[in-house]
Write a protein that binds this ligand. Structure first.
Ligand code: ZN
Length: 179
């Protein structure tokens, strides 16, 4: 287990679509090590989600853990640490809402992004078992942000107003009270 280096915007891996994981790979010792490294790295970073390409592993794997309750992103429902293998996302209702997003690969910045607020996620767990989840509101935004990483996309690609890309310090000083 190890805290891995999180690569930043400009590293080519963040811009490449990641490859699907095969069933036989899921039970391998390498996969166990990778998932443990991702958990260590996420815990160390203080973030709520991490996609494998962010530690320079170009595979369709992401983890999300949300503490819940009042915090950095307002009052959100908790989600225990979950591993998502080969996730796909489908918009159930395109009605969008915006949040100030941040990204471990774009440190120090926040950007305002509007995304659909009702999505359905299909994924496999580490045993290859299939699951489906429906997510609304902020959680729908979190999942779209994380899974975008598997397609080589960053939240800044989704922004429609470039004046709403700001430094985190200034966001906290001038903008967070407006939410
Ligand atoms: Zn991100």
């Amino acid at each position: 287990m190890a805290v891995r280096k999180i690569i930043r915007m400009g590293h080519p891996t963040l811009r490449k679509p990641a490859r699907r994981l095969e069933a036989r790979e899921l039970a391998s010792p390498e996969m166990g090590r990778l998932v443990n490294d991702m958990i260590d790295t996420l815990n160390d970073s203080g973030g709520i989600g991490l996609a494998a390409p962010q530690i320079d592993e170009p595979v369709r794997l992401a983890i999300i853990e949300i503490g819940g309750g009042p915090g950095r992103y307002g009052d959100v429902p908790a989600m225990p640490l979950t591993v998502f293998v080969n996730p796909t996302i489908e918009v159930v209702d395109p009605k969008a809402a915006g949040y100030w997003e941040g990204c471990l690969s774009v440190p120090g910045l926040r950007g305002y992004v509007e995304r659909p607020q009702f999505v359905r996620v299909s994924y496999q767990d580490l045993n290859g078992k299939k699951h489906v989840l429906e997510l609304k509101g902020f959680l729908a935004t979190v999942f779209q942000h994380e899974f975008d990483h598997l397609d080589g996309k960053l939240y800044i690609d989704r922004m429609t107003d470039p004046t709403k890309l700001v430094f985190e310090e200034e966001y906290l000083r001038y903008l967070s009270a407006d939410e």
